[in-house]
Design a protein around this ligand. Structure first.
Ligand code: SAM
Length: 254
């Protein structure tokens, strides 16, 4: 595994646009972890009220799993609120944006990456596409990235389009850079995710850059990019500032 592109560009400072409201990733998973954690904690306390070794072991075991679930939920909340900013900054640093590019964010959700990229642009534009699934991000709606862009003073550089990653309504060779964060794994079936990567290849200009951040399927994305004719395809190490830990797949369109 190796890191893609050179890491030298620090323009744009923090990736996290602090005035925006970016919600939680995978809110259903977090809710379930908290629910199960509290339930098990209750079970653990109840077990400790009984006498005997068996109940002691049951109580300890339930307590341990409960702590594990609650800790995972806290890690996921921290990841959405803080850790993601660190990793997204690294991803954007890798891309070494000049400032005049047309950037596409696939699965932009509430606009966290889209707006972080737009903040690094001077003459360029950032376009975000999404289907705004509320199970994938809390309060997901196409108005939210626009509202966040207004708060972050990048409204004039942003375009929002309702579109599926597998069928993008753009001409071939429209974008200089394509980014995507935590979006592609939501597409069921490998063939469909590959279809999304073929779409990314189609809408990227020759010489354009791609960076895909995700906690699953990084090797499959790398394979699909290579098959789609990308050069210098690289998969980063796992970044533990996000939970589940993510990897970044980068490549250059030939
Ligand atoms: C966990 S959210 C991440 C949002 C944003 N990229 C970020 O990092 O904050 C995943 C996003 O992918 C979107 N998504 C899922 N399947 C998609 C598809 N087939 N096409 C476009 N977007 C999709 C969801 O609606 C959701 O907004």
């Amino acid at each position: 595994m190796r890191e893609g592109f050179a890491v030298s560009d620090r323009r744009g400072g923090a990736a996290h646009a602090s005035k925006g409201q970016y919600g939680l990733d995978a809110p259903v998973v977090i809710r379930n972890l908290i629910g199960i954690g509290l339930l098990l904690a209750g079970g653990s306390i109840a077990a400790f009220l009984f006498r005997g070794w068996v109940w002691l072991i049951v109580g300890a075991w339930l307590g341990l799993v409960s702590v594990f679930c609650l800790a995972e939920a806290v890690y996921m909340i921290w990841s959405s609120k803080r850790g993601k900013a660190i990793v997204v900054r690294k991803m954007l640093d890798m891309l070494q944006l000049r400032g005049d590019e047309h950037v596409l964010d696939v699965g932009c959700g509430r606009g966290f990456v889209l707006i972080a990229a737009a903040r690094r642009l001077t003459g360029g534009r950032a376009t975000g596409i999404d289907i705004w699934n509320s199970r994938d991000q809390s309060g997901n709606h196409p108005d939210i990235p626009l509202r966040n862009a207004e708060r972050e003073n990048v409204f004039d550089r942003i375009t929002i389009v309702h579109a599926d990653a597998r069928q993008m309504p753009f001409e071939a060779h429209t974008f200089d850079v394509v980014v995507s964060s935590l979006a592609l794994h939501n597409i069921p079936h490998e063939a469909e995710r590959k279809r999304a990567i073929e779409e990314i290849a189609r809408v990227l200009k020759p010489g354009g850059k791609v960076a895909l951040l995700d906690f699953r399927y990084a090797d499959a994305y790398a394979r699909a990019l290579t098959e789609a004719g990308f050069k210098e395809v690289a998969v980063s190490r796992r970044h533990l500032q996000m939970f589940p830990p993510v990897r970044i797949v980068t490549g250059l369109r030939s």
